[in-house]
Design a protein around this ligand. Structure first.
Ligand SMILES: *[C@@H]1O[C@H](CO)[C@@H](O)[C@H](O)[C@H]1NC(C)=O
Ligand SMILES: *[C@@H]1O[C@H](CO)[C@@H](O)[C@H](O)[C@H]1NC(C)=O
Ligand SMILES: *[C@@H]1O[C@H](CO)[C@@H](O)[C@H](O)[C@H]1NC(C)=O
Ligand SMILES: *[C@@H]1O[C@H](CO)[C@@H](O)[C@H](O)[C@H]1NC(C)=O
Ligand SMILES: *[C@@H]1O[C@H](CO)[C@@H](O)[C@H](O)[C@H]1NC(C)=O
Ligand SMILES: *[C@@H]1O[C@H](CO)[C@@H](O)[C@H](O)[C@H]1NC(C)=O
Ligand SMILES: *[C@@H]1O[C@H](CO)[C@@H](O)[C@H](O)[C@H]1NC(C)=O
Ligand SMILES: *[C@@H]1O[C@H](CO)[C@@H](O)[C@H](O)[C@H]1NC(C)=O
Ligand SMILES: *[C@@H]1O[C@H](CO)[C@@H](O)[C@H](O)[C@H]1NC(C)=O
Ligand SMILES: *[C@@H]1O[C@H](CO)[C@@H](O)[C@H](O)[C@H]1NC(C)=O
Ligand SMILES: *[C@@H]1O[C@H](CO)[C@@H](O)[C@H](O)[C@H]1NC(C)=O
Ligand SMILES: [Cu+2]
Length: 618
């Protein structure tokens, strides 16, 4: 730049003074035995723990993360929700933005924290997210909008307490846990031909226990309109839909003799300690930042006798909304403010699976300092995740961004993606009839040679600066049930324009709006970077059945959803289902964004660079 040349020395001095030092993190990955829910197994630890340490960053920081792979297998680490503006090589997707990191090797990701809010990091190789490779990212905001605080309180003490809570939140990594490793699960699902929809426990910050609940009781928790889906069977001892359920597992041939009885049936309870959060009532307010790191469970959260002011969704402030419970699919984050104004006690936090695949819950303790431990309060959720009649469950359709924004009125191009399964219960696709095979992870990164898969239906290209529509056409018929798929687009947020039941009979949103205008909102649609879950089904009374029940439309027939985004960051970015067995089952697609303005790759990240070729085993 001429300007900087002219003022070179003065500016250099100033920027040296103003520029904060680079925030550096080292993540050492190891494969060790641990028993987070009381049952020992091998898992991935990050710096000796799972979840790994949180990465606390300030908005605007330059960040450098070194991943040291001491695992006995390849890996990569992805920074979920981080837009990677101009740094697509740091996105952590093997075969797309980089090569796999071989055992004994390392990889350094560098990016600028251009956003604020709550994110997370996790493995993006195979099913390793199910082995515990994840941790929180929190980017402290440069400033908190007055309007955000105004909506909650005008009391000056409360306002300062709320400001403090925003800066120093309690991070809660919410996950589910299997007693088999991800590779064992994959081997079982392929040889038995089943979708592994049954977990062993729910973890909060890596802690939980195995609960075994009477199957007859669990069956009674299913709302009557849905009970035909059980096909006259009870849940198993683990609370799972039996593998014989053809809605969930399709009618194709299964090899049940290849299933270890522990996977769906046998339950052995444990009594390990659960997560306990200490809260000081003198703080007045606190922020709980929930991170949906579960692999398959759709978890509804509530905190006994405390309202939740939801104010941040996927790293974006929203108009604060007071609820009693909210549902987390796989990938998203919700931050809630909680007022510490109750009788000091040990209040229970509940996380109950809202999906039909399994009735399972996990708990934690929200403990007031010097409180009475016999005061535990009352939960607004039952074990099946159904809110009590007067409880308010966050309705995503009513979420409004704090600062209004809207997409372009028209898209420049439209992609229609057909979602379904191919013959096998475990084999999914996102675009027509091709699965994104795991072997693509070992291919040359698309970053280096975007033309290498140019004729594949597993790669689509967009032009920089254009507006792109993606319409998901979820196939469905009367014999097979498709769960809601939480779709994640790497690098950018998308506007959710509309969703509904039935076949999408049009080729563009424009055409569809002429026939079904009520199904679209182009004025202030929720903007989601990560997962979106729109359909809520009323089943009589005030009972709202969330999330995985979005599969209902796929039972009666197909469903659709339309999203729109602005291409602003050229580079190769994956779009995929965030249910881990669906991702490893092939439900992914690579998007070559801004193909006409492809980035110049820094030498370090190229094929002969330090972080390119050097990631191969020597
Ligand atoms: C705080 O004051 C503003 C401005 O008068 C008002 O709009 C807002 O509703 C008030 N907030 C609360 C929580 O009462
Ligand atoms: C899965 O775990 C169960 C229980 O620990 C074990 O019996 C089984 O062998 C494991 N499956 C595989 C494929 O290793
Ligand atoms: C389901 O469980 C209940 C209670 O445990 C039992 O009475 C009932 O017979 C079971 N139903 C089936 C279909 O097994
Ligand atoms: C778990 O429980 C089943 C019965 O449900 C039993 O057969 C099995 O041996 C138990 N496994 C362990 C490890 O205790
Ligand atoms: C918790 O709420 C229930 C009603 O929802 C009420 O009966 C109970 O007294 C409350 N407990 C405390 C400690 O506030
Ligand atoms: C590990 O990565 C290398 C290089 O990409 C690849 O050749 C190898 O097959 C991978 N190993 C496994 C077990 O996937
Ligand atoms: C894609 O198809 C075109 C037209 O058939 C062909 O010229 C081109 O070589 C193909 N590209 C690759 C990578 O196979
Ligand atoms: C890509 O498009 C965005 C939005 O129009 C623009 O700001 C950016 O400069 C473009 N990038 C390149 C490399 O052309
Ligand atoms: C229903 O969909 C499944 C999965 O796509 C397919 O295998 C099956 O043949 C379909 N059945 C009917 C009756 O169309
Ligand atoms: C598409 O057309 C079919 C056949 O007429 C109809 O059943 C279906 O409801 C239509 N889809 C929508 C979303 O209206
Ligand atoms: C990668 O490194 C190996 C060993 O250092 C070398 O033999 C090979 O030519 C390199 N590949 C490329 C594409 O540079
Ligand atoms: Cu899915």
């Amino acid at each position: 730049m001429k300007w900087s040349f002219l003022f070179c020395c003065g500016l250099a001095a100033a920027s040296a003074l103003n520029k904060p030092p680079i925030k550096k993190f080292e993540l050492d990955l190891t494969w060790s035995s641990r028993a987070p829910d009381g049952v020992e197994r091998k898992q991935i630890l990050v710096n000796g723990q799972s979840p790994g340490p949180p990465l606390i960053i300030d908005e605007g920081d330059e960040v450098e993360v070194t991943v040291n792979n001491f695992l006995p297998f390849n890996t990569t680490v992805h920074y979920h929700g981080i837009e990677q503006q101009g740094t697509s090589w740091s996105d952590g997707v093997p075969g797309v933005s980089q090569k796999l990191i071989a055992p004994g090797r390392k990889f350094v990701s560098k990016f600028t924290a251009t956003q604020y809010g709550t994110y997370w990091y996790h493995s993006h190789s195979r099913g390793q997210n199910m082995d515990g490779l994840y941790g929180a990212i929190y980017i402290r905001p440069r400033e908190i909008p007055e309007s955000l605080v105004n909506a909650i309180s005008n009391d000056s003490l409360a306002r300062s307490q709320i400001q403090k809570a925003f800066q120093d939140p309690q991070l809660l990594m919410i996950s589910d846990w299997f007693h088999n490793t991800s590779e064992e699960l994959r081997q079982i699902s392929l040889s038995a031909n089943i979708d592994t929809l049954c977990v062993d426990s729910i973890l909060i910050n890596g802690k939980g226990r195995v609960r075994c609940v009477d199957p007859g009781y669990l069956t009674s928790l299913v709302p009557p309109p849905l009970s035909p889906l059980l096909q006259g069977q009870n849940f198993t001892a683990k609370g799972c839909l039996p593998t014989h359920n053809t809605f969930a597992q399709m009618t194709s041939t299964h090899h049940f003799n290849k299933l270890p009885p522990s996977l769906f049936d046998q339950c052995n309870a444990t009594n390990t300690p659960e997560e306990e959060i200490k809260v000081d009532p003198h703080d007045g307010w606190m922020s709980l930042n929930l991170i949906g790191a579960a692999s398959i469970s759709t978890l509804t959260f509530s905190l006994n006798n405390h309202s939740l002011w939801v104010y941040e969704v996927d790293g974006q402030y929203i108009v604060p909304t007071k609820v009693d419970a909210l549902t987390l699919t796989n990938g998203p984050r919700y931050s809630v403010l909680v007022e510490l104004n109750n009788k000091p006690g040990d209040y229970r936090m509940t996380l109950a699976n809202a999906g039909l695949n399994q009735k399972i819950a996990g708990y934690g303790v929200f403990s007031y300092i010097n409180g009475d431990p016999s005061v535990v309060g009352t939960s607004s959720l039952n074990y099946g995740g159904v809110p009590s009649p007067h409880a308010i469950l966050l309705d995503e359709n009513t979420v409004k961004p704090l600062i209004p924004n809207a997409p372009a009125a028209k898209a420049d191009s439209t992609f229609l993606l057909k979602i379904g399964r191919i013959e096998k219960a475990w084999k999914w696709y996102l675009n027509g009839d091709h699965s994104y095979d795991l072997s693509l992870e070992t291919e040359k990164p698309l970053l280096w040679d975007y033309q290498s898969r140019e004729n594949s239906s597993l790669v689509i290209t967009t032009k920089n600066g254009t507006w792109v529509d993606i319409i998901f056409d979820v196939t469905g018929n009367k014999t097979t049930l498709q769960p809601g798929h939480p779709i994640h687009k790497h690098s950018n947020m998308v506007y959710v324009l509309g969703a509904g039941s039935g076949k999408f009979n049009w080729t563009t949103v424009e055409e569809a709006r002429k026939d079904i205008p009520d199904m679209f909102n182009l004025v202030d649609p929720p903007k989601r970077g990560v997962s979106f879950q729109l359909w809520k089904h009323q089943s009589g009374g005030s009972q709202v059945i969330p999330d995985t029940f979005t599969t209902l439309p796929a039972l009666k027939g197909p469903s659709w959803m339309a999203v729109r985004y602005h291409v602003q960051n050229p580079g190769p970015f994956l779009i995929h289902c965030h249910i881990d067995p669906h991702l490893t089952g092939g439900m992914a697609l690579a998007m070559l964004d801004g193909i006409d303005a492809w980035p110049e790759i820094p030498e370090q990240y190229g094929p002969t660079g330090e972080w390119g070729n050097a990631t191969e085993r020597q």
